[in-house]
Ligand binder design. Structure first.
Ligand SMILES: [Ca+2]
Ligand SMILES: [Ca+2]
Ligand SMILES: [Ca+2]
Length: 685
């Protein structure tokens, strides 16, 4: 029997690692007051010499406590899982755990919790497919260049068409528009009317085919009709921002050089020329012009012994584009990745002028697994699958070496491909396609611990140990241990990391081992607009627990937050990073709706085709920080957990004046600033 998922509203006062706190639920009837189901069992540490099961006839610690438990697996350092017959509410599980903890044969007990991915991915109900005949073909499709002065950098197409002649008794609910750049048909956009201007996911200078189909609906059934014949167009725009050659050449050079632009980069139009401008405080600007075919120019008249900043402008008939500071990647969706460069983004381009990461740095992504994707395939190294619950695993078995994400669909709910989105934020390849990760030159190690029904603490603990190269019983050791681990997950109900009264906890002990090994663990603070101290595993020490901000730099409306602990400290969220907020998109590019774009998959159940999609959540904020930490490990390979925290917290961007993050101090030290953190780490002794 499963209870429906719900949020415990009980007000708990549990600080990080607090001792002797009485849980609020001890005073209430756990069955009637607690409607969550977030414990699948317990994780028990026995005293030395005590086995998990007693010999014949001997009462075990479990049955002495009146619990019918079955022995589970060894997850390291004497901790062993024991499972309940059914999931229990946090309140009931805690009562059971405390009974067991009182047995002298038991050293410590922790709840084996149900953990969920910490993104707000909308699960789509599968529509009942009644007998509906699709509409006939859409007619008279025409394509023209949809370029507009108000959005000059966007390649756009304007499409018009005539509705199908026969709807087969159904109503048109919209039109599906697809584009083909030579690699196959891909979804472009939908439209309610018979005309649309599409200006996202298109590249200037690329010849596209476009086709349109009517979507019709009858009762609950919905069908996509026949596609129109293809029409072709090569959209144009202003050029992409030009890119200087080599690392950090945007600064201090008297003869800057740059990469020539191809047809797509030049906006699909001939380049008319370049202008480089050198500026310095208190000095007149110096300009050099270069013709369309040049890739360098020389400044004359610079003042000696002055450091100039150099920017480069390139123009075509549509207009001009100026280089961004530092390194600017050429990935097609880079302009949608506002969180990398916006005023309250992470200042990634200035970090990249120092490093985009090293292939010797490994970031373990403990999540739902991974799918094949052209922006990830070259980035990923082997991981493992620690989803022990066969029903939840969707791959037919428990722990196994294949970390592929088979889809976390359950009846009526689509697969989330959560691990694929998170992995792309850390390290999607910087190439000409799709997105770029924060640390595109590091390696990603996907480790599976979340299945269709979430994950379990015990699997997470095993995954943490394995990620760091620690031996886990029954599993081949990790040949390429990680320096950084990301956990984008949390509980949807209040659960302290360590059970009140316990001197040690299974999760904290594993995290402490990782810290000793120099591994930095990043966690998501959770998305329930509640104290982050209540969301496991982000409330465990030591991790860097990340809250989410909106485009504006304000706390994302869903993000968990810090609260005052008994010693007068604000605890819960350590630091923030953009996680997006679709309720408050601010000045984020309209095509993003204020959310965070990354790699995904089109499959509704099992994997389909590689894709890109927008998500929001502390699940997105955490891997952005994990990517920054991977850059710190690149410039300072022996950096410690404390040094990482020192660098991130002292270089963070201040929250906007007047925001609740600033006035109430509930979002941690600031917003992670990669461009400031990387040089600070490089300068460490
Ligand atoms: Ca499996
Ligand atoms: Ca598997
Ligand atoms: Ca890319």
């Amino acid at each position: 029997m499963k209870f429906s998922r719900g949020l415990i509203a009980a007000s708990l006062t549990i600080g990080l690692g607090a001792f002797g706190v009485t849980p609020a639920w001890a005073a209430i009837d756990p069955i009637s007051a607690d409607t969550s189901f977030n414990a699948v069992g317990l994780i028990v540490k026995y005293q030395d010499g005590v086995g998990a099961l007693a010999a014949n006839g001997q009462p075990t610690a479990e049955n002495a406590a009146g619990i019918d438990l079955s022995p589970g697996r060894d997850i390291g350092e004497g901790w062993r899982t024991v499972s309940f017959d059914n999931d229990l509410t946090a309140g009931k599980a805690t009562v059971v755990a405390q009974k067991l903890a009182a047995d002298p044969r038991v050293e410590a007990v922790e709840l084996d919790r149900r953990i969920l991915p910490a993104s707000l991915g909308v699960k789509v109900s599968a529509a009942a497919m009644a007998a509906l005949k699709p509409a006939t073909v859409v007619r008279s499709v025409k394509a023209t260049d949809g370029w507009s002065k108000t959005n000059p950098a966007a390649a756009a197409v304007k499409l018009t068409w005539t509705a199908p002649a026969n709807l087969n008794g159904a109503k048109v609910t919209g039109y599906r528009i697809e584009a083909n750049d030579g690699s196959g048909w891909h979804f472009l956009t939908t439209s309610l009317k018979t005309t649309v201007i599409a200006n996202t996911n298109l590249k200037a200078g690329v010849k596209y085919g476009f086709r349109v189909a009517a979507i019709t609906k009858l009762a609950a059934a919905q069908k996509i009709g026949a596609f129109s014949t293809s029409v072709f167009l090569t959209p144009t725009s202003i050029p992409q921002a030009p890119v200087f050659n080599g690392p950090n050449t945007a600064f201090g050079s008297t003869s800057p050089s740059w990469a020539s632009q191809n047809q797509a980069q030049s906006g699909g139009l001939p380049i008319l020329g370049y202008t480089a401008t050198a500026t310095a405080t208190g000095q007149p600007s110096v300009v050099c012009n270069a013709p369309a075919n040049a890739t360098t120019c020389a400044f004359t008249g610079l003042t000696p012994n002055v450091t100039y900043s150099v920017s480069l402008s390139v123009r075509n008939a549509r207009g001009a584009a100026v280089s961004l500071p530092g390194v600017t990647p050429l990935d097609a969706l880079f302009k949608q990745q506002w969180y990398l460069t916006s005023p309250f983004g992470i200042n990634a381009t200035n970090a990249w002028s120092k490093t985009m990461g090293s292939k010797s740095v490994v970031v373990a992504v403990i999540d739902s697994g991974i799918t094949a994707h052209p922006d990830l395939d070259n980035q990923v190294i082997p991981g493992y699958d620690f989803v022990s619950d066969v029903a939840s695993s969707n791959d037919g078995d428990g722990w196994d070496a294949n970390n592929a994400d088979p889809g976390d669909f359950i009846a009526g709910e689509a697969s989330s491909w959560h691990g694929t989105h998170v992995a792309g934020l850390v390290g999607a390849q910087s190439n000409s396609i799709g997105v770029t990760g924060v640390a595109p030159n590091v390696k990603i190690q996907p480790i599976r611990a979340l299945g269709s029904d979430g994950g379990k603490s015990s699997d997470l603990i095993a995954a943490l140990r394995w990620a760091a190269g620690i031996h886990v019983a029954g599993v081949p050791d990790n040949a390429t241990p990680a320096q950084v681990v990301n956990m984008s997950m949390g509980t949807d109900s209040s659960t302290p990391c360590r059970l009140p009264g316990q001197q040690v906890g299974a999760t904290e002990e594993a995290l402490a081992e990782l810290k000793t090994l120099g591994v930095t663990v990043i966690s998501a603070a959770g998305n329930f607009n509640m104290p982050a101290t209540a969301s496991y595993p982000g409330n465990c020490y030591p991790t860097i627990n990340v809250g989410a901000t909106a485009y504006s730099g304000e706390r994302a409306s869903y993000s968990n937050y810090s609260i005052l602990d008994s010693t007068g400290q604000m605890v819960g969220v350590d630091i923030s990073a953009p996680g997006g907020d679709s309720k408050f998109p601010g000045d984020a590019p309209a095509s993003t709706g204020g959310k965070i774009i990354s790699t995904l998959n089109t499959g509704k159940t099992v994997p389909g085709l590689p894709d890109y999609a927008l998500e929001e959540g502390t699940s997105m904020a955490a891997p952005i920080v994990a990517g920054v930490v991977a850059l710190l490990h690149t410039v300072k390979p022996k950096i410690t957990f404390e040094q990482v925290w020192e660098v991130l917290s002292t270089t963070a961007t201040k929250f906007p004046a007047g925001s609740v993050c600033e006035t109430q101090n509930i979002c941690g030290s600031g917003i992670v600033n990669a461009g400031a953190a990387v040089p600070a780490a490089a300068a460490l002794p």
